[in-house]
Design a protein around this ligand. Sequence first.
Ligand code: DGY
Length: 349
Amino acid sequence: ASHLHSQRSKVVVCRNLGPDVMSILEARPELDLVVWPQDSACERSWLMENISGATGVIVMLTDKVNAELLDKAGPSLKVVSTMSVGYEHIDLKEAAQRGLKVGYTPDVLTDAVADLSVMLALMAGRNGGTGVDLVQRGQWTSFSWAPFALCGPQLSTTATSPTRKIGFLGFGRIAQATLARLVPFGITHCLYSSNPSSLPNHARDAALTKQHKLQAVSKVDIDELARESDVLFVLAPGGSETYHVVNETLLRKMKRTSILVNASRGTLVDSDALAKALREGWIWGAGLDVVEGEPNVTIDHPLVKEPRCVIVPHIASATLETRVEMATRAAQNLIGAILGWEMPSQVDL
Ligand code: DGY
């Protein structure tokens, strides 16, 4: 048995992925699984200890994959598979230098994140957080119904307000799925800014304009995006290139009735600048699924103190269906890389 054991590939799994997905991994006799035993984020010291000699590792976005960890793994390592579409927690340069394969989980979470992005836009615009809080504190009796109480800007167009410009910072799969969901609200324009090095895609924009019967889908510079958007969705990758793109300068250019939604990474938004923007009324409200420094976002955080800031704890992909699909994809990516099959979703290094 020990002879057989030595031929199996050690695989470290940083989180129990549930019976449906663990059974996919357990069904592979080629793998020798080492699974973080607790229902909490994997401890760094445990990971550092167990990674040595591993062929593959399944990580979460809370596990930093850097040179230190990869050195500890040693030359046996072939694949890092993350259960996330974001991969800024993985040092891709270090992975490439070591000839590793990196797997991620695009597509399967696009719809869930787009759904939640719309929820945040509505919650932030329509005082969803304040309203729920008021009822839960037993204040409805004193609040009663009043003609203009808890009014906010309407997401859909109206007879007297027939134009809605939706902005996207980042215009990939999730942004485009969010756009599709907003079409029935009667939105009229879609503006976006994306990676400055990416070429404009006029054919795609013309096709989207036609498909959604909009007046325009156009790539604009970030100043115009800030000035024109009624709702600005931040849906771009994290990492150093997008660090604090939403800063005081940008926020000061936004409309006073505008909403900011962030369902990408907390690092894209300067929290102090956003808190100031909300406090001083430069913008109307914000809906956040992510906050820089999470999960250390406590009641004394400047954004938690802002009543017009609706924050949920990084749950955009958290649907019963999507999380199983993400975990399945992470398992398939790992198995594919180790057994020499195709990886369903491999990061280009
Ligand atoms: C991701 O996948 O990167 C999200 O942040 C969590 O689903």
